[in-house]
Structure formats: C-alpha cells, structure tokens
Design a protein around this ligand. Sequence first.
Ligand SMILES: Cc1cc2nc3c(=O)[nH]c(=O)nc-3n(C[C@H](O)[C@H](O)[C@H](O)COP(=O)(O)OP(=O)(O)OC[C@H]3O[C@@H](n4cnc5c(N)ncnc54)[C@H](O)[C@@H]3O)c2cc1C
Length: 379
Amino acid sequence: MDADVAVIGVGTIGSMTMWRLAELGVEAIGFERFAPGHDRGAAGGNTRLFRLAYMEGAQYVPLLKQSLGLWRELSEQTATQLLVQCGGLSIGRPQDASMQQVAESASSYGLKLQILQQAEMAEKYPQHVLDEGELAYFDPEAGFLRSEQAVVTAAARAESLGARILRYHRVERVEPTRDGVVIEAEGSTWRVRTAILALGSWAPPLLPSPPAHSVSPKRVLLTWFAPKSVQDFEPEVFPVFTRQSGSDFLYGAPTADHASVKVCGLRPTDIDDPDRFERRHDPVELARMVELLRAHVSGLHPDPVRSAGFTDLYSSDGHGITGHHPQTPNIVLAGAYSGRGFKFAPAVGDAVARLAVGEAVPEIAFMRPERFATRGSHR
Ligand SMILES: Cc1cc2nc3c(=O)[nH]c(=O)nc-3n(C[C@H](O)[C@H](O)[C@H](O)COP(=O)(O)OP(=O)(O)OC[C@H]3O[C@@H](n4cnc5c(N)ncnc54)[C@H](O)[C@@H]3O)c2cc1C
C-alpha cells in the first residue's frame, strides 16, 4: 500500500480531512488537480459566512459548535486568524420559516440570540433598511471565514504533521479492489486501503449512481460594492447578515480588505461542466443585484466593483452526502454541501477522517448517501 488513506480533492472538505487525518496520526496522501487555495471550486471569493444559530436546520448546530472549536484550534496552531467573529444578523419577519429556524436552533441548543427591533436596528445598524414587520436576530458567535486561506492553512498544517499532498494531480480513475482502492493520476497508480472522494462540483463522473443522479453542480455568483464610508462597513460595526424580505434573499459580510463589501442575492443556477461555465455576471444579473442592493442596503455605491462566479455541488434535498459508499465501504463520499459547507467543513473533515479509520460517526447520519436510494454500482 502507498498510504492508508487517500483524499481525492484537497479543496474545502479535503483539506480539513487531511488535517484531521494527520492529527489522528493516519498515513494519508492527498490528490489535488490544481493547488489547494485555488478559486475555481467552492472556496473562491475570499470569505464565507459562519453562523451558529442556523436557519437551515437545528440538526447542524452540533456540527457548527464543533467547527467553531476546530476553526479556533487551526487558527491557534498556525497563528493565522481564519475566523473573524464579528457577529451575525438574521433579518426578516419573525413568522418566516427561516427566522423560525434561527430561533429554534438557538432555543434547542441554548445559543445566545439577541432580538433587535426596528428602532434598535435603525440606531445600531442603519446600513440595513428594514421593511415593515421585519426585525433581526443577532448571533454573537457568527462571523466570516477567510476561505482560500483556510484551505491553504489546513493543507499546510497536514503536511507539517507528515501528510503528503500531490498538487496538479488529477485523478482519472478510482477502482475498488478486494483489499483497498487503486487510484490512477497523471500516468501513475497508487494503492490505498480507503479513498475519500471530496471532489466538489467535479464529483458526478466519479460518484456511484445513485447518488450521482441526485446532485448537480451550480454556478454561484458573488458581488462586492464600494462603501461610501468604509468605517461604516468594518467588522466592528457591520456584522455578517442573511436577509429574507418577501421573495428577496440577500447575504453579505463586512469589508475584509477595507475597500469593498460583499453583498449577494442571486440564486445559484445549474451548470453542465464546472470547467466551462460563465464566471462573469450577465447584464440582467448585474441589474438584478443592483436592484436588490438599492432596496435593502444603504451606504454602498450601487455599482459592483467586483463580481465573480464560483461553483458548488448541490444535492436534491440541500444536505451534504457524507458516508461510506453504499456498495464499496473502502470508498467514503464527502460532497454536495449545497452552498452551505464551508462553515462546518472542519467538523465534516473530522467526521470523514474518523469514518475512514472505521469509527461510527452518528452526528452526520442525516447526510448518509443511502438516503437517495438503495441500489447502484460504482462507476
Ligand atoms: C460562491 C459561494 C459562496 C458560498 N458561501 C458560503 C458561505 O457563506 N458559508 C458557507 O458555509 N458555505 C458557503 N458556500 C458553500 C461552501 O463554500 C461549499 O459547500 C464548500 O466549500 C464545498 O467544499 P468541497 O470540498 O465540496 O468543494 P471544493 O472546495 O470545490 O473542493 C473540491 C476539490 O476537488 C478538486 N478536484 C476535483 N476533481 C478532482 C480530480 N479528478 N482529481 C483531483 N482533485 C480534484 C478540486 O480542484 C477542488 O479543489 C458557498 C459556496 C459558493 C460557491
């Protein structure tokens, strides 16, 4: 065997898995078709939102709490500030499903959550123009992650603990054998006991079917706007936010570069090929984004200073696919985090690492691949 475990795809989840495997003392080899920290996959665009009081479901809170500890641990180990905990606002009507989920996440797990009514919002966060009936929940543990830097840092930490990462090694074939898995990349062959597929949007050709038919790569657009006064958008005064106002959904983060402010609100769209998709906004998309900004946020020039498209793999139910391959237990699947996966990547990486060494990991049972079907073969 060339290693005990192979991690194929050293992006967001793969880099965290490499780090956790290295901490467990497992001999691991990573394959990345580019270099960790590239911006062609799901980690591009500088920042990702982190929230504990989670509108996507209370079942994520234990993973998010564990991730918070792991983000801090990785930051301390490497003397790098990966998470800026500036707090986070969830804005909307309290009767909206997303706001109810935030409140439920907080009450189920004893999270601190402050309710800010219109008058307090106008005084504290005048950048947000609230509609009638809207209020905000403030989650003091929320913030933003430095995304590409986090991937690079986790990969480097894994290497410093003895892991091997093969950059610019595109895996072409993953074949289960009687006692392990054979991997082919760049004209060479490797044999490992267990292979973890953490391929992001590139996963479908290497996934078993199902769940291959329950996932699709999507294009996700980000936009940044120039502040009229940058002091009004620094992390100390402008927390990360998500906002549901009628059918408009927006999210954003404070300035991470003292120059631009990320505010986004366009819905992800399906793409056929993550290597060939339009990374620029078209004029209609830009106009829609400006319209959203004008309606809901003040203090930013309504003309994006930067716009870019990235890609992530989405599952049909919006939850990740994480667990042993249904027919081939030597292969572990980790993907389809559906536009949500950065914040809990260290906890998922830790769970995947423990799965690979034979532990049971009940906290990610809701992401098991078998939920899509019972039949299928590896391809
Ligand atoms: C624009 C955008 C904004 C987002 N915002 C947030 C947010 O605010 N908060 C949040 O929590 N989540 C957010 N997400 C979601 C989150 O970023 C993703 O769910 C997560 O990064 C997915 O990680 P991944 O490891 O599955 O994919 P990736 O990070 O893309 O990693 C896959 C890796 O596999 C490599 N690879 C692919 N094929 C091969 C091969 N054949 N051989 C070798 N290597 C290969 C790729 O090069 C890549 O590095 C956002 C996503 C996008 C796109």
